[in-house]
Design a protein around this ligand. Structure first.
Ligand SMILES: NC(=O)c1ccc[n+]([C@@H]2O[C@H](COP(=O)([O-])OP(=O)(O)OC[C@H]3O[C@@H](n4cnc5c(N)ncnc54)[C@H](O)[C@@H]3O)[C@@H](O)[C@H]2O)c1
Length: 253
């Protein structure tokens, strides 16, 4: 098992991708800390993991847009666990409707930057504080293929692009501490959130159209992303840092 003896924090653990990462890491022997603002969702994921015999899964609720809650999350981890080896920052999402540039809404823009970019920076700051003295760490941040730019997705793509730049900067600073920092950039991933938000029919049309544009002719499954996260979080990727891994079926925006 590739993560046995490792303690891993997964944020956004109640979500489509976060729960897949949690299941995948549990199957590889990690002790898990599942964090999300959705307590019930994270608890369900934890219960399923334990039922499958995946070992310990501790739920810690935190809103990653609030500095004090991110600080408290890591303080609790420091108090309760002997080490923190892996952090996968997945919590996020696009909260600004696709729009013309003139329609950019200040509140939505700020929320997108808070939820995706600032949360990632805060979480990494706290993670490195714990990992540096341990001289070991694997940090995996969640960008998106729209880090290259996405039509009408102004603030979301800026936030995901910012995660890429931040990931590289942090990788440069943390190399001497044996801490690797990489980012994932999935294209469209089939998660339940889309049909919940868009309705089944709109989502199926969107997924079909995207799949037709991707060379591999399908959109991603959450497990595709989880396996990439596993690679970057494992010692198979010990000499890889500051990289963005596109999980896109060959799609280029
Ligand atoms: N699904 C895709 O097509 C896709 C593609 C590229 C990148 N991403 C990124 O992957 C990540 C996960 O997305 P998903 O598709 O699994 O969506 P999702 O909505 O299923 O998961 C997001 C999770 O983040 C949690 N969350 C939201 N706001 C939070 C907050 N303030 N504090 C703590 N937790 C919070 C939610 O409760 C949810 O469990 C996001 O960062 C998203 O931007 C998704």
């Amino acid at each position: 098992m590739r993560l046995s003896g490792k303690t891993a924090l997964v944020t956004g653990a109640a979500g489509g991708i976060g729960s897949a990462v949690a299941h995948c890491f549990a199957a590889e022997g990690a002790s898990l800390i599942l964090s999300d603002c959705n307590r019930e969702g994270a608890s369900v994921v934890g219960e399923r993991i334990e039922k499958k015999g995946g070992g310990e899964a501790t739920v810690i609720v935190a809103d990653v847009t609030l500095e004090n809650e991110v600080r408290d999350l890591f303080a609790e981890i420091e108090d309760s666990f002997s080490s923190l080896d892996i952090v996968v920052n997945i919590a996020g999402g696009d909260v600004e409707p696709v729009a013309d540039v003139e329609a950019i809404d200040y509140e939505c823009m700020s929320r997108n930057l808070d939820l995706n970019l600032k949360s990632c920076i805060l979480s990494c700051r706290e993670a490195c504080r714990i990992m540096k003295p341990e001289m070991y760490g694997r940090i995996v941040n969640m960008s998106s293929l729209v880090y290259r730019g996405g039509p009408g997705q102004f603030s979301y793509s800026a936030a995901k692009g910012g995660i890429f730049s931040f990931t590289r900067s942090l990788a440069m600073a943390m190399g001497g501490y044996n801490i690797t920092v990489n980012a994932l950039a999935p294209a469209l991933v089939d998660v339940p959130m889309f049909s919940r938000v868009l309705g089944k029919e709109r989502w199926e049309t969107m997924a079909r159209e995207a799949a037709a544009r991707y060379p591999l002719q399908r959109i991603a499954k959450p497990e595709d992303v989880a396996k990439a996260a596993l690679f970057l979080a494992s010692d198979d990727a010990a000499f890889i840092t500051g990289q963005i891994l596109e999980i896109s079926g060959g799609a280029r925006l």
